[in-house]
Design a protein around this ligand. Sequence first.
Ligand code: FPP
Length: 241
Amino acid sequence: MSTFKDKIDLTRLPRHIAIIMDGNGRWAKERGYDRIFGHQNGVTSVREVTEAAAETGIQYLTLYAFSTENWARPQQEVNALMELLVDTIENETPTLNKNNVRLKAIGDLSRLPEGAGIKLQRCIAETSKNNGLTLVLALSYSSRWEINNAIKLLCNDVKSSKISINDISDETISNYLTTREIPDPDLMIRTSGEIRISNFLLWQIAYTELYFTNTHWPDFRKENFYEAIVDYQSRERRFGK
Ligand code: FPP
């Protein structure tokens, strides 16, 4: 049986794929379950996609796991999501190491509950020597928060004469974002049928190819991921030229 995996051109892989994991709530409701059941099943998709990215040779995979706006969800759902995130990160650390995956996190991490922050930093430290796939979790992240934060840091550096206004380039701005050591995404995927960006990596996606699918996140499997890569490879990227 021919699969999308066989159709991938390994010489033209996207270096960085970012994913807006959407539709957990709807997936659960359609089955008569609580939204949290959708998040729990979403973890399987996270595992599948991380494994697929590592196997294929993708260098960076960024997952939008919790947005700044998500703090406004019912406390019970926020707590369940935090617990799920932390438990998964903790349980999967040995597997990440076995597969040479390095974990990173972007976002306003100071807002995470103390215990969650500590466990997250532990996993980041324990996987920091790995040089295969870099898995980036966007946690308490929103692009406007990130840009606002970058402007404040930059203004401070201008005020203290570390940098002069005339020297501020696009590259300077990129270096003040939480993604400073991560290349811009080549491909961004959003699941579950919504055609919008929802405050994710706004600066970084200037030339990113966008891919939308109706599949809800808990149903997203390796083949769906490979299909998105094949679609990406069918496009001509001109970067405005
Ligand atoms: C969007 O679905 C999904 C989230 C807000 C959370 C994503 C989290 C996970 C998949 C859990 C664990 C993640 C990791 C990285 C271990 P939604 O609730 O917005 O769905 P809806 O749009 O159908 O309501």
